[in-house]
Design a protein around this ligand. Sequence first.
Ligand code: AMP
Length: 220
Amino acid sequence: MILLGPPGAGKGTQAERLQADFKLAHISTGDMLRKQVADGTELGREAKGYMDKGELVPDEVIIGMILQRIEEPDAREGFLLDGFPRNESQADALDAALRERGRRLSGVLMIEVPDDEVVRRLTGRRVCVKNPSHIYHVELDPPKHEDVCDQDGSRLIQRDDDKEETIRRRLEVYHGQTAPLIDYYDRTGLLRRFDGTRSPDEVHGHLRATAATLRLEDQL
Ligand code: AMP
């Protein structure tokens, strides 16, 4: 399955929950890239310039990385893509790769949130320095102790690309390059839409119900 939606829609938070519900591998290209940056690899150095500006990292880098990842053992029973595909050529590459492997998408879960809400959410977002899928918000979902992760006690930080100017650019890139995927997947009947302005629990409930139905349909 794919989780689609603008930055700050809650894809990472929801992917974590769905991963626990369905034992799917959670594959976040953003998290994979940030790890490469933190590890100081060549790929990380190349990617960082794009990420800090809110631009997409070149397709060659991303597509190779993701195709390798979906081959790993934890993804054999299924996976949840978060942050990929982000344009039509990535979507085409994914389609072709799945077809070659005799696999297919069960569904595309689209979380919708207006731009103003995205800006409000991302400027206040803080992530765990050790595990970036532990996510908080200074007003909406504060940790128990300021700047400390409730789950593992690590320090919380603001992502470099969560500064307001970069968020505006990420939104432009989303509307220009990623939003066309909504039609792309709607045409194939895979798209399901969710109101991402609801509480995280409500969104999770709706996503979980749909994901369960899609899985059942796939097993028939
Ligand atoms: P995210 O955490 O998904 O918001 O991703 C953070 C940044 O990583 C993006 O702004 C891009 O620079 C880069 N990135 C993540 N996923 C992709 C992708 N599928 N294609 C190109 N760039 C990506």
